[in-house]
Design a protein. Structure first.
Ligand SMILES: Nc1nc2c(ncn2[C@@H]2O[C@H](COP(=O)(O)OP(=O)(O)OP(=O)(O)O)[C@@H](O)[C@H]2O)c(=O)[nH]1
Ligand SMILES: [Mg+2]
Ligand SMILES: [Zn+2]
Length: 288
């Protein structure tokens, strides 16, 4: 019996990277189907020559991309084409935090933004550096690519972000042997509920990485409105000073978060987007 991690799943065929560093192709043991456990990409499993015998408990389970046991999400946001959006950044951060995955911010395609605008963007993003790692990259500058390599080591990462943000291009720049398709919407990976989804973990710089197809809409159906605030580390940090426990930082009196916003200690767009998102989630609930 051996132990390893599932790195690929296509049409019931599993590819496992063993602890011995060998790669194995297997079919799953039928019994897992009956028990409603279907092994997924990212699962640590015990296996023999023919079958997966056991699936180890998961630390998390993402639906998009369908990968489990993810350590970190590399959130790729382009400086331009498409335009950088703080609203979208906050949305990604919340979804990732809600899955208990560590977010890492990469601002890509910085070569496209005029120097002055880039400096302004960096200044605003300094706020995020208090809570997250932030990197700047362009495929045209090896010096900017280099530091990202060590981030991937010994971790399972997913690359996520809007379509065209440069996820696949960055992966190719990190490791030229990958030759991922770029410059077009990755149709093969599908976006609709009924489309086949195939996911794969690529070995890169001592870690495993899943590239994901870009998407334009982020679903928040898993996040409860009342828990939304818990996914803002900048709010959590200050919430002990709110008068009420479980303060939602909206209409409550003596709210330390709202006060910090009014004093410009919390980035205005963070708090304003929070209010919008809170409403959006509540509206969504009503529709079900
Ligand atoms: N100037 C410049 N263009 C880039 C850079 N990175 C990517 N691009 C271009 O941006 C376009 C989209 O890049 P992709 O890597 O395919 O983007 P993606 O995020 O993988 O997109 P999807 O797979 O559709 O989600 C391509 O035309 C790339 O050549 C960069 O650092 N600088
Ligand atoms: Mg891509
Ligand atoms: Zn509060």
């Amino acid at each position: 019996m051996k132990k390893g991690i599932i790195i690929k799943l296509i049409a019931g065929q599993y590819t496992i990277k063993g602890e011995d560093q060998n790669t194995y192709q297997l079919k799953p043991l039928g019994v897992f189907r009956h028990r409603d456990i279907s092994p997924k990409v990212g699962d640590w499993v015990v296996f023999d020559d023919d079958h997966i015998l056991e699936v180890k408990p998961r630390k998390n389970d993402l639906s998009r991309p369908p990968v489990v046991n993810v350590d970190q999400a590399i959130l790729i946001h382009s400086a331009l084409q498409p335009d950088f959006s703080f609203n979208l950044l906050d949305r990604f951060l919340i979804l990732v935090e809600a899955e208990e995955v560590t977010p890492i911010i990469v601002v890509s395609k910085v070569d496209l933004l005029p120097q002055k605008e880039l400096e302004e963007l960096k200044k605003k993003l300094q706020y995020y550096e208090n809570y997250y790692k932030v990197y700047y990259s362009t495929v045209h500058d090896e010096k900017l690519i280099e530091p990202i390599k060590s981030v991937l080591k010994d971790k399972v990462s997913v690359f996520a972000g809007q379509t065209g943000a440069g996820k696949s291009s960055l992966l190719n720049a990190l490791d030229i042997s990958l030759s991922l398709k770029t410059g077009e919407i990755s149709k093969a990976l599908g976006r609709g509920r009924h489309t086949t989804r195939h996911s794969e973990l690529l070995e890169i710089h001592g870690g495993l990485v899943a590239d994901t197809p870009g998407f334009s809409k982020l679903d928040f159906y898993k996040v409860e409105a009342e828990y939304l605030q818990a996914h803002y580390p900048d709010f959590v940090q200050r919430s002990q000073k709110c008068r009420f426990r479980g303060c939602l930082h909206i209409k409550e009196p003596h709210c330390a978060v709202k006060k910090a916003y009014e004093n410009n200690e919390i980035l205005a767009s963070r708090y304003e987007n929070y209010l919008l998102l809170y409403d959006e989630i509540q509206q969504q609930k009503k529709r079900y």
